[in-house]
Design a protein around this ligand. Structure first.
Ligand code: SAH
Length: 457
């Protein structure tokens, strides 16, 4: 982090703005909005500055930059059109250890101004540390679009109810549940936006009289194959509302960073052949946390119902009568297929897809005969260590040893690696790959030559 974002309380605090032109005017407006006691220093001023001075909103000092004005200020902004003057201001500020912003010159500044979305009291500030101002502006526009205009009213109303909520609900969990209900209450938001106080009161009374659900629940969420952008919107909402997140190795750091800061994180990573936390213990953790009234998210790589043992975990909850729900995720086969340019079906080459686990419970039987049939795509999960036997079985059951094959390692991430060969050298390919890797076997693999669009390292 190059800069620490903070929100400064400037009300009645002495601040200095150097510059009297239009750019300075914009800065003055922001400082005045924040309630600063503003002195502005410049040899000349725009009419707007003069009007502000007449209304006693700020003080004008007509002169070239006067270093004495820096003393005892909380914050300084240099906004003249002269780089030398701006630089001189920054040196003076530095000498007195006062935060100073230089318009258009972040390198000399000790603070920078973010792009702001103002729904006071909700304020969102976006910064690119001066590296990509256009990107920051685009982000700001996006956020402007998704943050409803009435957000400020809702936040103010929450402030007004805060004390009452504290009195009515004893526990933190209950309070949070109440707020979550309030903030997604569309009709209440509309009533606030319309200043319809009667309706606001009625809906609020109703919210207070409804029982707060105190039973925990578990949401099984698919995190997708790696790229955080592939998490679903619903998955994102769920992980942001969770009290506790139970996750495994395949969940990327980028996705974990999207969780609430105060949510508890429990790692129950599993690797092929080596189980950090036994499945029964994971089931038990989910159960105990939900029984304590927690909102538990069980976060799994890919899709929880595809080689994810999601079913087993939910059965335990079903038996204990704990409510649960499932948010699907993009499974590794879809993710790796898209990001390696290998369509899993194609009208000419493959009419069906087989998703197969390379690891099978003892006694399970794989129907190699049907897997070796033509016009289908085989996708092996957890198959690296079995590559040799997969190759031998398929060839023994009649599959052409020249059938194209690919191994996608860490698919959809910036570390993605794709190894392409044939069924015949599948084992050699597997020796070069590391987990997590997916094996794709079928004619469709050849399409990658034209369709590869995602270039990673
Ligand atoms: N539920 C997951 C699969 C879990 S099994 C899903 O739907 O994707 C774990 C196996 O998935 C790994 O051994 C590997 O074969 C595959 N896998 C998961 N993420 C992967 C990725 N990003 N790239 C390649 N293979 C991946």
């Amino acid at each position: 982090m190059d800069y620490l974002p903070i929100f400064c309380k400037l009300t009645n605090r002495d601040c200095l703005l150097v510059g009297g032109g239009e750019i300075a005017e914009r800065k003055a407006r922001l400082l005045l909005d924040a309630g600063a006691k503003l002195t502005v220093n410049s040899p000349t001023f725009t009419p707007q500055f003069q009007a502000w001075a007449e209304q006693k909103q700020l003080t004008l000092t007509y002169s070239n930059f006067d270093p004495n004005l820096v003393i005892d200020k909380w914050l300084i902004i240099a906004a003249t059109d002269n780089d030398d003057v701006n630089y001189q201001v920054s040196l003076e500020a530095e000498k007195h250890q006062i935060f100073c912003n230089i318009v258009d010159s972040p390198k000399d500044a000790s603070f920078i101004m973010p792009s702001i979305i103002d729904r006071s009291p909700i304020i969102v500030a976006v910064s690119s540390a001066g590296k990509a101002p256009v990107l920051a502006r685009l982000l700001r526009e996006k956020l402007e679009g998704i943050l409803p205009q009435h957000l400020g009213k809702l936040a103010n109303y929450a402030g007004y109810l805060r004390q009452k909520v504290k009195t009515v609900y004893g526990s933190l969990t209950e309070r949070r549940r109440f707020w979550e209900k309030l903030f997604v209450h569309e009709r209440l938001a509309q009533a606030l936006a319309n200043n319809d106080s009667e309706q606001v009161e009625l809906l609020t009374d109703r919210l207070f009289s409804e029982p707060i659900e105190n039973r925990g629940e578990v949401v099984l969420v698919g995190a997708g194959p790696g790229d955080a952008g592939l998490l679903t919107l619903k998955g994102l909402q769920q992980i942001q509302q969770a009290d506790i997140i139970v996750y495994d190795r395949l969940v990327s750091e980028d996705i974990l960073n999207l969780t609430r800061r105060d949510a508890e994180r429990v790692f129950v990573g599993k690797r092929a052949g080596y189980h950090c936390v036994p499945q029964e213990q994971i089931n038990q953790i989910l159960l105990e946390q939900a029984q304590k009234g927690k909102r538990v998210v069980r976060l799994k790589g890919g899709d929880p119902f595809i080689f994810g043992r999601g079913g087993e975990e939910l059965e335990t909850l079903y038996n204990a009568n704990i409510p649960f729900s499932v948010v699907p995720g993009i499974t590794a086969a879809s993710g790796c297929s898209a990001y390696s340019g290998i369509p899993l079906t194609h009208r000419d080459y493959a009419q069906s897809i087989r998703l197969i686990t390379g690891h099978v419970k003892d006694g399970s039987h794989i129907d190699w005969q049907s897997l070796a049939a033509e016009k289908q795509t085989l996708v092996f999960y957890m198959g690296l260590s079995q590559a040799e036997s997969i190759r031998t079985q398929l060839i023994n059951h009649g599959m052409d040893s020249n059938t194209p094959a690919a191994i996608v390692e860490e698919g959809t991430t910036t570390k993605q690696k794709v190894l392409v060969g044939t069924l015949d050298n599948l084992h050699e390919l597997a020796l070069q790959a590391r987990s997590p890797s997916l094996m794709i076997i079928g004619q469709v693999v050849a399409l990658r030559e034209k369709l590869n669009w995602f270039f990673s390292s």
